[in-house]
Design a protein around this ligand. Structure first.
Ligand code: GLU
Length: 498
């Protein structure tokens, strides 16, 4: 998108019926990028007119998740703004007023049909292999009939009066023109019997009143897209640019990701909901990078993007409407890249809470040294404590079974540990320059390979087979502790061999 484009007003309009997942976050991200890139406005609108499915916790979650991702709205329920309120349940009269305008224009009608009758009609239609639709009973009631029935207190809904003939042509930015035969369109309910609007009316009215320039939304809205366009046309309003995003496929690419699949994936510990990402050890930067590329690409090569890069490079033209399979291992990959991209201090700040939660309190120099030793090998923040717990423990657990084998029998291991201990005791400062050669000599003396000595040193001073470079590790643990661990390892090995 060229930078001299008019400022976009874009909205993320979630229904607070569940927590923010990667699909919603992707929509919010694209909205945000377009707004930032054009010097426009990113709006959060809460579509909470479905009282049965409303969840207060979901609304809190949206705000927190957007904040965590760094996608903070310019206007919204918390921020306020010139088009307040940004919560649909507080805009009831606006929708009622607009529904009445549509009735006056002949584009909507009061419907008094009892739900029980409509259910029977529906069942019959299904039995006769018809797509269920409203049978039109109240479409042509006269004004007087309607007024009378309302006066007697009959319950009613307001429905859109879809044309029964002709074709409606709508335009999606990514798919071009889409044609709908009007005889396939239903008379959708706009206002329910409790006076609250449904999405089809509320979203359209708000998008218009809030000056929305681009509607970026999920492609689940494509089937009712013609109704939305007809509502714009009925009011004589200019339509926004419509962008329906690609659907997500299951990781194996076989079929759409359903609500059930989403739940199953979450139960398996996969990163589906934004609120889980932090706990799973992901950086917001990586999540942003990952979801940005689920349906958009810059070119075929570039895959690393910061939010700043995306603001500069994003374009609606490069969105891809084809379904995209969710690739979870890609997120791990991006997480590693973004972890490596952090300044050391920043990385240290992010890993500190993980240590604190595990009961360790590294600070200052020690924290920075640990951070530096593990930054390049960390894929998820969940790993940092396991990778480095040995830095904090008084006693490490010695994996005798890993140490002793037919290639390194007990007596050799004990001798080697004793030699290393002596070497360290007489070396004022232990590092590669001061000890590496001597360690190699010990290996040669004992007829062992240098690698065996180093892995023995690693096992006995950390209790682990894999660690950051051993001299970095020794520097952090400290000479005294290392010597203590070596001595205790020798004792344990001796006990084991008896
Ligand atoms: N409330 C709708 C949803 O959550 C919003 C769709 C839209 O962006 O228009 O699906």
């Amino acid at each position: 998108m060229s930078l001299n484009q008019n400022p976009a007003r874009v909205r993320f309009a979630p229904s607070p019926t569940g927590f923010l997942h990667i699909g919603g976050a992707r929509t919010a991200l694209y909205d945000y990028l377009l707004a930032r890139q054009t010097g426009g406005t990113f709006i959060l609108r809460i579509e909470d007119t479905d009282q049965k499915r409303y969840q207060e916790s979901a609304e809190v979650d949206f705000q927190e998740a957007l904040n965590w991702l760094g996608l903070v709205p310019d206007e919204g329920p918390d921020q306020g703004g010139p088009y307040s309120p940004y919560r649909q349940s507080l805009r009831k009269e606006i929708y009622q007023d607009h529904a009445e305008q549509l009735i006056k224009k002949g584009n909507a009608f009061y419907c008094f049909c009892a739900p029980e009758r409509l259910n029977r009609v529906r069942e019959d239609q299904i039995k006769n292999n018809q797509t269920p639709h409203y049978d039109g009973t109240c479409r042509n009631l006269t004004k007087n009939q309607t007024t009378e029935r309302i006066a007697t207190g009959e319950s009613f809904v307001i429905r859109f009066k879809s044309p029964k003939t002709g074709t409606t042509v709508v335009e999606d930015f990514l798919r071009g023109e889409i044609r709908f035969e009007n005889n396939t369109l239903d008379d959708m309910i706009l206002i329910k019997s409790n006076g609250l609007p449904v999405y089809h009316l509320a979203a359209i009215v708000d998008d218009y009143l809030m000056g929305i320039t681009h509607v970026i939304r999920a492609s689940e809205w494509l089937p009712t897209f013609p109704i939305h366009v007809m509502i714009y046309q009925a009011f004589g309003w200019q339509q926004p640019i419509w962008v329906h995003l690609s659907v997500f496929l299951k990781p194996d690419g076989k079929g759409k990701m359903s609500k059930r699949d989403t739940k199953l994936a979450q139960e398996r510990g996969l990163p589906i909901f934004i609120k889980d990402m932090e706990k799973l050890g992901y950086l917001p930067e990586a999540v942003i990078n990952w979801i940005a590329l689920m349906g958009w690409s810059y070119d075929d090569k570039t895959e690393f993007f910061t939010l700043e890069d995306l603001i500069e490079k994003f374009s609606l033209e490069k969105l891809n409407p084809s379904p995209a399979a969710i690739n979870f291992s890609k997120l791990d990959h991006f997480n590693g890249l973004h972890i490596r991209n952090l300044d050391l201090e920043d990385f240290a700040t992010r890993i500190k809470p993980w240590f604190n939660n595990a009961g360790y309190q590294p600070d200052g120099e020690k924290l920075l040294k640990i951070a530096s030793a593990i930054q390049t090998r960390t894929k998820k923040l969940t790993e940092v404590v396991d990778m480095t717990g040995f830095f904090f423990l008084d006693e490490i657990e010695l994996a005798v079974d890993r140490i002793i084998s037919d290639k390194l029998i007990s007596s050799q291991a004990i001798k080697a540990v004793q030699r290393i201990t002596k070497l360290f005791q007489v070396t004022p400062e232990i590092n590669a320059e001061t000890t590496e050669e001597a360690l190699r000599d010990i290996a040669a003396d004992l007829n062992l390979k240098a690698g065996q000595i180093f892995s023995l040193l690693r096992e006995t001073s950390t209790g682990q087979a894999v660690t950051p470079p051993i001299f970095d590790v020794i520097d952090i643990i400290g000479k005294e502790t290392v010597i203590k661990r070596l001595e205790s390892a020798a004792t344990k090995l001796k006990k084991h061999s008896q």
